[in-house]
Ligand binder design. Structure first.
Ligand code: UD1
Length: 424
């Protein structure tokens, strides 16, 4: 396994191009299962999670080709070859559960392993299962698999999610596009990635209204057709680099970045002493105060502060003047980066789902271990400002979600290198 060594202390200056959104790409890829016609997708990032889902889709009979240079993927699910998504493939990534809805809606049958993914809490899939049951799907849980059957097809329903879930909203929305009649999703998630998926489904012939609101209405169709779609920019990658710019104190331009999708960052970063200014699709991040200041944040469903930027923000607070309180409301057990940041000299106290971060004058480089995708990148950010060298081990997680992170950061002046673990 590889590691990354970072030599801290250089401000980041220049331009970084934001990739297509991982969490939008994975969803539109599964939408290929809803039609027997080809789907052509643009701005698909070259990431391990994309490769993992490609493997699952190929197993299900999708003919898939990916041009990593052009970031274009062609998927053709002419016939479903298998309706089984096995444990070995699904365990690598929780988003694999998203094949369940499209598969059972089109094929009448699906057998999908209960998912794995980042080790951040228990992360159940009960709302995916309950939602599909309400659409008339018979579901049994046997030997770690979800066995789903709908021999007479799906029927539209009024579904009220007890809790806001990105994945459950997407899975049920996709299944409902092929159901008989109308489905109403109440307390639906509003993330831009869901809007993006919905817009792709509409191009495929689906009838959907209410995208981006908490009530989504889907009028089912007998079949969907192929289309072409370019996914939105990755707002979490953009937010991560914005925080990196804030921490290191240079001026960073983030190209292909929609400022509306990172609105939740503007106020906390401004209070911390950082400005974000948008010009067309470029957002410029610039620190305006000499010293960053502590701010409080609480993670919430979109449009609130995203849990996927919580670790990065905490990294920034470790070197901010005063203190900041970070409250995590989406996932339990999402403070795995705290002991690693503490190894670098951070002063953080956890109380239940909150962490009080008292700023220190500097972090010191250390050997740290990546535990999940966003925790990993928070350690890279800490390394960018730490005194001396920081080595982030087990970067496997990082590669699941950040395209070319070493070369992107190097191109704006960061000093870091990727190394083989045994070369230590
Ligand atoms: C997606 C994102 C992930 C992000 C998360 C929250 C993808 C591939 N992943 O994950 O990066 O951190 O949204 O913004 O898009 N829950 C249940 N039962 C369910 C489903 C979810 O209790 O059936 C709970 C979860 O445990 C969690 C909360 O609902 O506490 C939100 O999870 P959810 O929005 O479903 O996250 P994902 O779709 O898995």
């Amino acid at each position: 396994m590889d590691k990354i060594r970072i030599y801290g202390g250089t401000p980041l200056n220049g331009e970084i191009e934001i990739s297509g959104a991982k969490n939008a790409a994975l969803k539109v890829m599964t939408a290929a299962l809803l039609t027997d016609q080809p789907l052509v997708l643009h701005r698909i990032p070259d990431l391990r999670d994309v490769a993992s889902l490609s493997e699952i889709l190929t197993q299900l009979g999708v003919k898939l080709s990916y041009d990593a240079g052009k970031k274009t993927m062609r998927l053709h699910s002419a016939a479903i070859a298998s309706c089984v998504a096995p444990y070995d493939l699904v365990r690598k990534m929780r988003a694999s559960i998203l094949v369940l809805g499209p598969l059972v809606a089109r094929h009448g049958e699906a057998k999908v392993s209960l998912p794995g993914g980042c080790a951040i809490g228990t992360r159940p899939v009960d709302m995916h299962i309950d939602g599909l049951r309400q659409l008339g799907v018979e579901i049994e849980l046997v030997d770690g698999y979800i066995n789903a059957r709908a021999p007479r097809g799906l029927t539209g329903a009024h579904i009220h999610f007890p809790k806001v879930s990105v994945g459950a909203t997407e899975n049920i929305m996709m299944a409902a596009t092929l159901a008989k009649g109308t489905t109403t999703l109440v307390n639906a998630a509003r993330e831009p990635e869901i809007v993006d998926l919905g817009e792709c489904l509409i191009k495929m012939g689906a009838e959907i209204t209410g995208l981006g609101t908490d009530t989504i209405i889907i009028h089912g169709k007998a079949f969907l057709r192929g289309t072409e779609h370019a996914v939105i920019a990755d707002r979490i990658e953009a937010g991560t680099f914005a925080i990196a710019g804030a921490m290191t104190g240079g001026t960073l331009r983030l190209k292909h970045c929609n400022i509306e999708h990172i609105d939740y960052l503007l106020d906390p970063l401004h209070k911390a002493g950082v400005d974000l200014v948008s010009d067309g699709d470029t957002v410029t991040v610039k620190r305006i105060s000499k010293q960053l200041r502590g701010v409080d944040i609480m993670t919430e469903p979109y449009p609130g502060f995203p849990t996927d930027l919580q670790a990065q923000m905490m990294s920034m607070l470790t070197i901010s003047e005063g203190a900041g309180m970070v409250t995590e409301t989406i996932f339990e057990n999402r403070f795995m980066h705290v002991p690693e940041l503490a190894r670098m000299g951070a002063d953080i106290t956890i109380h239940g789902s909150s962490a009080l971060v008292r700023g220190v004058s500097k972090l010191r480089g250390a050997d740290v271990m990546a535990t999940d995708l966003r925790a990993s990148v928070s350690l890279v950010l800490a390394g960018l400002v730490a005194e001396g060298a920081t080595t982030v081990h087990r970067i496997y997680h990082l590669e699941r979600g950040y395209e070319n992170i070493v070369s992107k950061l190097s191109s704006v002046g960061a000093k870091l290198e990727r190394m083989k673990e045994e070369a230590a």
